[in-house]
Design a protein around this ligand. Sequence first.
Ligand SMILES: *Cc1c(COP(=O)(O)O)cnc(C)c1O
Length: 355
Amino acid sequence: MSTDIAQIKIEKTQHSRINEVDFENIKFGREFSDHMFSMDYIDGAWRNLEIKPYQDLTFSPAMSALHYGQSIFEGLKAYRSGDKVLTFRAKDNFARMNRSAKRMCIPQIPEDLVMDALNTLLSLDKKWVPTGEQNSLYIRPFLFATDEYVGIKPSATYKFIIFTCPVGNYYSEPLRVKIETDYTRAIPGGVGEAKCAGNYAASLYPAKLAQEQGFHQLVWTDAKEHKYIEESGTMNIMFVIDGKLITPSLSGAILPGITRHSVLEIAKDWGMQVEERQVSVEEVVLAAQEGRLEEAFGAGTAATIAQIAEISHNDINYKLPAIESRKFSNKVYDFLNDFKRGREEDKWGWIETIK
Ligand SMILES: *Cc1c(COP(=O)(O)O)cnc(C)c1O
C-alpha cells in the first residue's frame, strides 16, 4: 500500500448551505454538509487527495461498481460536546472497512491517512455537527470500483469518498420485528460480514414484504435451517433472558458491529453475565412465552439502541415487556449517549477530539 501524496488539497466552499438546513427538524440522510473528502486509486496508489465542496460525480456508464457491485461503505458519527466535536471509535470503522475491502478484492486504504482526512473534514464542517441530545453528524465513508470496463475482474481503479450528514433520531418508536424464515440475508462463506452495498440490495425485497405486514424490520436467521437468530436489518440484535445479556456470536454471516462490541464490553465492565453464542429462535420464543425475555433490542450506529416492542414468529406476535422496565438497555443507551458526548471517563480510548 503506497500513498503518493500525503498532502490533502483543500478547496473551501464559497457558498455554505448551512442556513438552508432546519436543524430543529432534521431528516435522516437528506441533508449534506458543505464539504467532502475524496481520493482515487490509480496505478496502484491513492492519489488526488482532496477536500472540496460536496458535489455530484461524473462517471462512465460502464463503471464497474454499477454492474458487478464492488462497493463497500462505513457508518459512524461525530457528536457535539460543548464547543468540541468528538468521534466514537472511528479507527475501528476504518479497520473494518479494510476487512470488507479484502473480501471484495478492493485495495486497502491507509488508515492513518483517512483518519487525518476525516479529522480535517470535520474541523472544516464543525458547524454542521448539530446540538441536541438526539442529534449527531453521520459520517459516510465509501469505496467503489471505477474501471470503465464490461467484464468480470477486480477493478484496477477505485474512488474513496467521505461525506457527512447532520441527523436526528433514526427510529421514532420501538420496533415491531418479524423473524424471517423464508429469505436469507447472508450465508456462511458469503459476504455477510463485509459491509458491502449488495447485502442491502438483497435485503430490500423481504424487508418490503414485512413492512407490508406492518413490521418495521426483519430478524434474519441462518440460511440453512432458519433456526438460529443472526441480526436485524441494519443492526445487531441482543436479548436479556433471565438477567443475562445474550447475543448471536459472529458466525461469518453477521456484520461485526462496533455498537455490538461496545455494548458487550460495557456490560462486562458492569459485571453483567454476557453470552456470545448461537441463539435459537426456539429459545427466544420460549423465553417470551414464559415471561423470561426481559429485553430485546437492536444495536447499531444509526439507531444506537433500538428497543424491540414486539417480535413475531410464524404469525404469532409476542409483546415484550414495557420499555420503561428494561433496566439494562435503557442504562446502556444513556451511558453510550453520555460517553459519546464526553461525559464519561474514556477508559477504553474510544473517543477522539477534533481539533
Ligand atoms: C453497519 C451494520 C451493523 C451495525 O454496525 P455498527 O458498527 O454498530 O454501526 C449491523 N448490521 C449490519 C448489516 C450493518 O450493515
